[in-house]
Design a protein around this ligand. Structure first.
Ligand code: AMP
Length: 205
């Protein structure tokens, strides 16, 4: 699943992976968990994630290798947030060859930059269950799912958002051309209701 920060990758990846009963592997979620738990990889990743930079490829590749080996890879899986640059895409391709798997489809969720900035500024996350909400969803800053407190991610602060969008433009967006050339890219409009976007994705897979 490709798309700018705030395009709705995580939300859609959750729905699609549930529907097909396959693991949803989000490098962002894994990194945030490692940071919360203060693990070795978490300590290394913290500064990058909080300032909106890409974490070094080696760190992310280790995480992906651990996530796709063993049973988890049996029925396939959905990647969210990886690869994030051409070097990672090449490493990923080799990794898939090694486990005898392949990439069926790359869904690129397309949302204009004005809407992205508005969405990210309003995004809140539950400090207990990590559920994402927009402002105004959930009551008085309380998570509708578990009652935890809704907080703003450090990397959703305006200065960091701008940097993340720049990183996306320079490092991640060339992947659309890369996957288009390989015949696996589907561009899907990411505006409208969550259900509408899910329907558009399903039409492509
Ligand atoms: P996300 O939740 O996908 O927006 O990711 C949040 C942050 O985690 C990014 O801004 C990066 O700092 C880091 N991150 C996630 N995935 C990757 C990746 N594949 N390569 C490098 N950094 C990543």
């Amino acid at each position: 699943m490709l798309g700018a920060p705030g395009a709705g990758k995580g939300t859609q990846a959750e729905k699609i992976s549930k529907k097909f009963e396959i693991p949803h592997i989000s490098t962002g979620d894994i990194l945030r968990k490692e940071i919360r738990e203060g693990t070795g990889p978490g300590l290394k990743a913290k500064e990058y994630v909080e300032s909106g930079k890409l974490v070094p490829d080696e760190l992310v590749v280790d995480i992906i290798e651990n996530s796709i080996k063993g049973d988890k890879a049996g029925k396939g899986f959905l990647m969210d947030g990886f690869p994030r640059n051409i070097a990672q895409a090449k490493i990923f391709s080799d990794m898939l060859d090694r486990i005898g798997s392949g990439l069926d489809k790359v869904i690129n969720i397309v949302v204009g930059s004005d809407e992205i900035i508005e969405r990210l500024g309003k995004r809140r996350v539950c400090n207990k269950c990590q559920q994402i909400s927009g402002i105004g969803e959930g009551q008085d800053g309380v998570c509708a799912k578990c009652g935890g407190k809704l907080i703003k991610r450090r990397d959703d602060e305006e200065d960091v958002i701008r940097h993340r969008l720049q990183v996306y433009k320079e490092e991640t967006s060339p992947l659309t051309e890369y996957y288009k050339e390989r015949g696996v890219l589907a561009n899907v409009r990411g505006t409208g209701s969550e259900e509408e976007v899910t329907e558009r994705i399903l039409e492509n897979i």
